[in-house]
Design a protein. Structure first.
Length: 223
């Protein structure tokens, strides 16, 4: 068992990896970047066309934005798998663009992500019906489930979706606050993305996701 790195160490190792292989990670995240900006454009067009989203009826622009959001969320999970492989020194740093579609490389990756996300959503909503804070806490507790499931798939012994969520909750026991503060430490970077009209996303997205997946990698070592 190894001690879990502190926030500075997690971010530093992620940043060093990103600096050393930025070209690869840029290509891996490229499809995510495209979907991110397409989603932003469709949202902006919808606001211009219909005004306030709250007051407008459901439109083709809303549908398009939802599709983009779902698609880049799926794409992002596969990219995070590549981040984990990189942090574990299991990545060859080639074919970056094609690796951006990792979520579609195995049916178990895709369906595992879909069904685990559904389970997480149901349980988080259930806890949120009691109070908002318990819902947030449970969301953090379940945050490692898809990584745990993916590891089990790669090891040739896939676990049940519900077991992945349960193991995530167990793994995050005593670590939820650390995860929360690590994520919150990027708030300045997120503000920078807004200030730069989204351009900073080319650095912030890979840096953030490498750091958060590094949390999982180190948490597994410390378990």
């Amino acid at each position: 068992m190894l001690p879990l790195m502190n926030h500075s160490e997690l971010k530093k190792s992620a940043k060093n990896l990103l600096i050393n292989h930025y070209g690869f990670f840029f290509m891996t995240f490229l499809v995510y970047f495209v979907l991110y900006f397409l989603g932003a454009v469709t949202d902006a067009v919808g606001r211009i066309r219909y005004g306030s989203i709250i007051d407008s009826p459901w439109t083709v622009w809303d549908s398009s934005n939802t599709i983009f959001s779902l698609l880049y969320s799926l794409i992002l999970v596969g990219i995070e798998f590549i981040c984990i492989d990189s942090l574990r020194n299991k990545n060859t740093y080639d074919h970056g663009f094609s690796k951006g579609f990792t979520i579609f490389s195995k049916a178990k990756y895709f369906w595992g992500t879909v069904f685990i996300a559904i389970l997480q959503f149901i349980w988080v909503v259930f806890w949120s019906l009691l109070l908002i804070i318990p819902g947030i806490i449970k969301g953090i507790a379940y945050s490692q489930a898809i990584y745990i499931y993916r590891d089990s798939v790669d090891q040739g012994d896939p676990i049940k979706y519900r077991d992945a969520v349960t193991r995530s909750r167990q793994l995050m026991d005593g670590n939820k606050w650390k995860y929360f503060w690590l994520s919150l430490s990027f708030i300045g970077w997120f503000i920078l993305v807004g200030i730069t009209a989204g351009l900073a996303i080319f650095w912030v997205a890979p840096y953030y996701h490498l750091t958060m997946t590094n949390f999982y990698v180190e948490l597994k070592k410390a378990a």
